[in-house]
Design a protein around this ligand. Structure first.
Ligand code: 0A1
Ligand code: ZN
Length: 885
């Protein structure tokens, strides 16, 4: 998970080489065209002669006709930039031909053994798909369509095969040889080379294949499963990183135990290997028994990783582990079903982290991510349902919609049927489809049957894109509150008309007198509906979408007093933070639109200041929750709220309004904020309250900086100098980075000097500068791109500098378009190297339609410049062309 490369160098074929960028108008693949594959491949044998620039791969596929498919005398084997050195069938030369990148073998009989030899060049593989070299090791990434860059194969998730793998290579360069499943034999050739044989007993699709060869050491600790089997668990890293692997290993154990307890899922091999690599397009990959991870989601100690990094490691370790059942034991029939494994697995990792770290705070964080990443996607040119209908390049569909909205959709099912019946539904799903390549429809049907619920209309959540909006109105009649809800699902590309969906909402009707109403679940399943709810007392205040039961936008105009009441008194902590967000959004969007009278401006600020004061003073709150209440709505979220209907967002005005509010809060609460900084600074690192305290400490520092940069600079410098952990150090540096003060340069230099040998921390150093609100941020980023430590070939580094900059609301949206130009230049430079990562920059520019006309024209012009450059990868072509439609 976590989010995205140059056409690969043509592995050994001068004709295909460098032809990597796909010609324009790559074909559209459609969900409705699915047909089962004509052949089954019960067993696959792979023999690797490993060498960094010429690895020889011999693949032997035992194939037999699939009685469930249309018969064909031809076997289509997918390839990508491959040439076959030889193709034999049953030991004799075969009849074969190339069809574009694919190899077609003619097979006369019912059952054959097909052997193919390819030679590939891992060291020239800059796309990081297939077999590639990273930091002296060789590793693979096959999801979604990387296996076809290793050998010719039916590279589709519904072809499941049992793999037996032999690998042989230089013993000094590759002392450790790993693959899926169990090691069954190994040996030394006595000539400086050695070999290993691995066997994976579980049939799997090719995207779950993995191989790693390198100079690695392991942190190991066995796990005993619920039925008493002992599993060897290893986290493999380079020797210098070994000391930072305990948290990952412990997180794995916690995940294994949790999945047994909460979903009844036990691990099914005797070995679980995790390998950390520093060049990786995404966060991590769930290959059967051999997870490959971005180092970012493995390595952590307090000196080099923040509290948030620790949480991310735990969450990603859990996510990949949970895939063993939701993804591997039951996989996807085709890539349109991606949310089957991803949505469900994200839900599972979110539930796990809620159990580990506290329900409310984790939920608030997850909703913040959904709103920052998925809501804009759902409202823009790249909007797609969680189960898309078509794609040109599947890599472009590893999105917040498929992952995070996919999780929300399943979470809604769980809210509607309750925990116990949901578990009955998932038990049935795991039972019914174990060993299969399944569909989203299979999942929904299993929940229906297992939980005893009709999800007929609910299926619309799988087919309709767009974030539903719910207009709320209310009336009191006797001792009843009549709550009227109207839903609209906005038009999205290719879907002009939408049908009403079932929307589960937890609600409670509180009374301003202080009496809190009981929570109940209502389901809005038509365009407009009125619900009768009991009153708890006079002056009702409705608390709605508590716990964020549905991924929707609630449209209502609650009075400031009501919002302040909810922020202070709601018994659902999520709803408290929501009320504060609503208060902030209403005020800031009004301020950005310039529609507030002086009095409204002053009243709005006063209400928010009062709420902040209350949060700072509330002794019943712990700092972890207090920290959530002190976060103002992000600029991206405000952008969404401002660009509604025919209205457009003005990033400049949003930035000014938000910074202005921060300054007003900090001026009014100077004493309280400094006191909070002093209080939280005194809490030691290992105090159980330390985490929350560190969060509050940096938040208040950021607020102080908005009104009093000099005081903030000296407090931040002191916080930096005194810090005994990365959270404190990074927080202080973040605040300093946005200030034009002498403390800034000195601390940035000290940070670099201290961590120059640690790539992950140097990524932070790049990010802090790229995200800053410093007036010269663009010049800083340009200079950093020339820094000797910057390389466009390492995805973590590109993300740390340019992707961070593309998310900097001030720098990216600089009114003269320089930020847009810089990001477009990065897309053009990166596309021939790593198209997957290049394409991930496009959505930032693709938001032009919802932005004020001056900036919109500049953004659109950059997209047109990219498209006109020609020779784009399939990935970037698809995203840019959709963004201009
Ligand atoms: N299945 C992984 C995500 C992933 C997808 C593609 C990758 O290579 C380009 C790598 C990882 C997950 O959800 O964790
Ligand atoms: Zn996943």
């Amino acid at each position: 998970m976590d989010i995205a490369t140059t056409p690969t160098t043509p592995e050994g074929n001068p004709e295909i080489a460098d032809a990597a960028p796909t010609p324009h108008d790559p074909p559209v693949i459609r969900r409705e065209d699915y047909a089962p594959f004509a052949w089954a491949v019960p067993t696959t044998r792979l023999d690797f002669r490993l060498a960094p620039d010429a690895t020889r791969v011999t693949a032997t596929l035992d194939v037999e006709r699939n009685p469930a498919a249309d018969p064909s005398p031809e076997l289509r084997l997918n390839g990508d930039s491959l040439t076959a050195e030889s193709v034999t069938v049953d030991g004799a030369p075969a009849t074969w031909r190339m069809d574009g990148p694919d190899l077609i073998v003619t097979l006369p009989g019912e059952r054959h053994s097909v052997e193919i030899v390819t030679i590939i060049d891992p060291s020239a593989n800059t796309q990081l798909m297939g077999l590639y070299a990273s930091n002296g090791m060789l590793c693979t990434q096959c999801e979604s369509e990387g296996f076809r860059r290793i050998t010719f194969f039916p590279d589709r998730p519904d072809v499941l095969s049992t793999y037996a793998v032999r690998m042989e290579g230089d013993k000094a360069a590759f002392p450790i040889l790993l693959c899926n499943g169990n090691r069954v034999a190994e040996g030394d050739n006595g000539d400086g080379t050695h070999w290993a044989e691995w066997h994976d007993p579980w049939p799997k699709p090719s995207y779950l294949f993995a191989l790693v060869a390198g100079d690695l050491v392991a942190n190991s600790k066995p796990f005993t499963t619920v039925s008493g089997r002992k599993v060897e668990c290893n986290v493999w890293v380079r020797a210098e990183d070994l000391a930072r692997t305990d948290h990952a290993l412990e997180s794995l154990h916690r995940s294994m135990k949790w999945d047994e307890e909460v979903f009844g899922r036990e691990y099914d091999l005797d070995l679980y290997n995790i390998v950390a690599v520093s060049d990786f397009n995404m966060g991590a990959m769930e290959n059967k028994g051999l997870n490959v991870f971005n180092t970012k989601y493995v390595l952590a100690d307090p000196d080099t990783a923040t509290d948030a990094d620790f949480d991310a490691v735990e969450g990603v370790i859990a996510h990949e582990y949970f895939h063993n059942w939701s993804g591997n034991r039951i996989t996807c029939r085709d890539w349109f079903q991606l949310s089957l494994k991803e949505g469900f697995t994200v839900l599972r990792d979110q539930m796990f982290s809620q159990d580990m770290r506290g329900e409310a705070v984790k939920r608030i964080e997850d909703v913040r991510i959904l709103r920052a990443a998925q809501f804009p996607e759902d409202a823009g040119p790249l909007a797609h349902p969680i189960r898309p209908d078509s794609y040109r390049e599947i890599s472009n569909f590893y999105t917040a919609t498929v992952y995070n909205k996919g999780a929300e959709v399943i979470r809604m099912m769980r809210s509607m049927v309750g925990e116990t019946r949901f578990r009955a539904g998932t038990d049935l799903y795991f039972d019914r489809h174990d060993g299969e390549a399944a569909t989203c429809e299979d999942f929904v049907r299993a929940i229906e049957d297992g939980a005893g619920v009709d999800l007929g209309q609910f299926r619309l959540w799988y087919s309709q894109a767009g974030t539903p909006r719910i207009a709320v109105s209310q009336m009191v009649e006797g001792d009843t509150l009549k709550l009227t809800l109207k839903q609209t699902v906005p038009a999205t590309p290719g879907q002009p008309d939408k049908q009403p969906m079932p929307i589960p909402l937890k609600v409670a009707v509180h009374s301003r007198s202080g009496a809190l109403g009981a929570e109940q679940l209502i389901v809005l399943d038509s365009a407009e509906q009125t619900f009768d709810l009991p009153l708890a007392g006079p002056d009702p205040v409705v608390s709605i979408n508590r716990g964020f039961t549905a991924p929707v936008v609630i449209e209502r105009s609650l009075s400031r007093e009501d919002l302040v009441f909810l922020a202070a008194h709601d018994d659902d902590p999520f709803a408290r933070s929501e009320a504060l967000q609503e208060l902030g959004v209403a005020h800031l969007v009004g301020a950005a639109r310039g529609t507030l009278s002086a009095e409204e401006q002053a009243d709005g600020e006063a209400a928010i200041i009062a709420a902040f004061r209350a949060s700072l003073a509330d002794a019943a709150l712990d700092d972890a929750m207090r920290g959530e209440l002190l976060v103002l709505p992000s600029e991206t979220y405000l952008f969404e709220a401002m660009a509604t209907g025919t209205q457009l967002a003005d990033p400049g005005a949003i930035h000014t309004a938000r910074e202005g509010l921060k300054a007003a809060i900090a001026t009014a609460l100077a004493g309280e904020l400094q006191a909070a900084h002093a209080r939280t600074s005194a809490i030691p690192l290992d105090d159980p309250a330390g985490r929350g305290a560190r969060k509050v400490k940096t938040l208040v520092l950021g607020l102080i900086a908005a009104a009093d940069p000099a005081t903030a600079a000296s407090l931040a410098a002191a916080q930096y100098d005194a810090a005994d952990n990365m959270t404190g150090r990074q927080g202080a540096l973040m605040v300093l980075c946005s200030l034009d003060v002498p403390e800034r340069e000195a601390r940035l230099a000290a940070f670099y000097e201290r961590y120059k040998d640690n790539a992950l921390v140097i990524d932070k150093w790049f990010t802090l500068q790229a995200l800053s609100f410093h007036p010269d941020v663009i010049a800083h980023v340009r200079k950093l791109a020339e820094h000797p430590d910057f390389t466009i070939r390492n995805p973590n580094r590109v993300r740390s500098l340019h992707m961070a900059f593309a998310g900097n609301p001030k720098g990216f949206h600089k009114a003269d378009g320089e930020g847009y130009r810089m990001v477009a230049d990065v897309i053009l430079a990166l596309d021939p190297i790593n198209p997957q990562t290049a394409a991930r920059f496009v959505p930032a520019l693709g938001r032009w339609r919802r932005i004020e006309p001056g900036r919109a024209a500049l953004m659109k012009a950059e997209l047109e410049r990219i498209l006109a450059s020609g020779n784009l990868s399939r990935d970037t072509f698809e995203q840019v062309s959709r963004s201009l439609e």
